[in-house]
Design a protein around this ligand. Structure first.
Ligand code: AMP
Length: 226
């Protein structure tokens, strides 16, 4: 079979704390394509004190979604980079039906899409996020109970201090979940009748979830080009 010239675009869908970031980071290394997280792009902008970062942060800190007008240009600019030409993992985008419609329009027939929904209960994600610690330098993620760093409060990868993201505080997490259920959950209906949609049980251990995810990527995407 001739090699496909289409981009392999894997969209990870799921509530905050369902494991999208952890899984996408690992899988993107395995398949040698970038992991693109809109949340990380905003945090990077905030760190660099750009207007976009400052604007977005007023929404992020309140647990709301950043308006589409600020998200879309940033995302489409990033995925137009040369390193995305063979494909990429999307983590945290799309989060609304209009964002999904724009993405479809952008991909047209030039992509092999795969949408993976990591299913998790509200109770599990609250437990996971409220114990989450993030490295303020490299973005590595730990958990106070399930995935402790070797030295308390210090990142294993780069030695910087770990912090709790402001939007990972329990009251803000509850708002993020409320927003997820209203604005992002309808995407499951938007995608679920497409051939390229699959559900994975995100309540399982990260290794089991990763195994399921890799299997789906190989079966539905990478096999097509080998
Ligand atoms: P995340 O790191 O994916 O949990 O994203 C952190 C925050 O960034 C979210 O709670 C939103 O405020 C904002 N954000 C990230 N991606 C999007 C998106 N696609 N649309 C709107 N807001 C977003």
């Amino acid at each position: 079979m001739p090699a496909s010239t289409k981009q392999n675009v894997i969209i990870l869908l799921g509530a905050p704390g369902s494991g999208k970031g952890t899984q996408a980071k690992k899988a993107s290394k395995e398949f040698h394509v970038p992991h693109i997280s809109t949340g990380d792009l905003f945090r990077e902008n905030l760190k660099n004190k750009t207007d976009l970062g400052k604007n977005a942060n007023t929404y992020i800190a309140a647990g709301k979604l950043v308006p589409d007008g600020l998200v879309l240009d940033m995302l489409f600019d990033r995925v137009s980079s040369d390193d995305c030409k063979n494909g990429y993992f999307l983590d945290g985008f799309p989060r609304t039906i209009p964002q999904a419609a724009k993405l479809e329009e952008h991909l047209k027939n030039n992509a092999n899409p795969l949408v993976i929904h990591l299913e998790c209960s509200d109770e599990s994600v609250i437990k996971r996020i409220s114990g989450r610690l993030s490295c303020q330098n490299c973005g590595a993620v730990y958990h106070r109970v399930f995935s402790c760093p070797k030295s308390e409060g210090i990142c294993d990868s780069c030695g910087s201090f770990l912090i709790q993201r402001i939007d990972d505080r329990e009251d803000i997490v509850k708002e993020r979940l409320r927003v997820y259920n209203i604005q992002t959950k309808p995407l499951i209906e938007f995608y679920q009748n497409k051939q390229y949609f699959i559900n994975i049980n995100g309540e399982n251990s990260p290794d089991i979830v990763y195994g399921d995810l890799i299997k789906a990527c190989k079966r539905l995407i990478w096999n097509r080009i080998s």
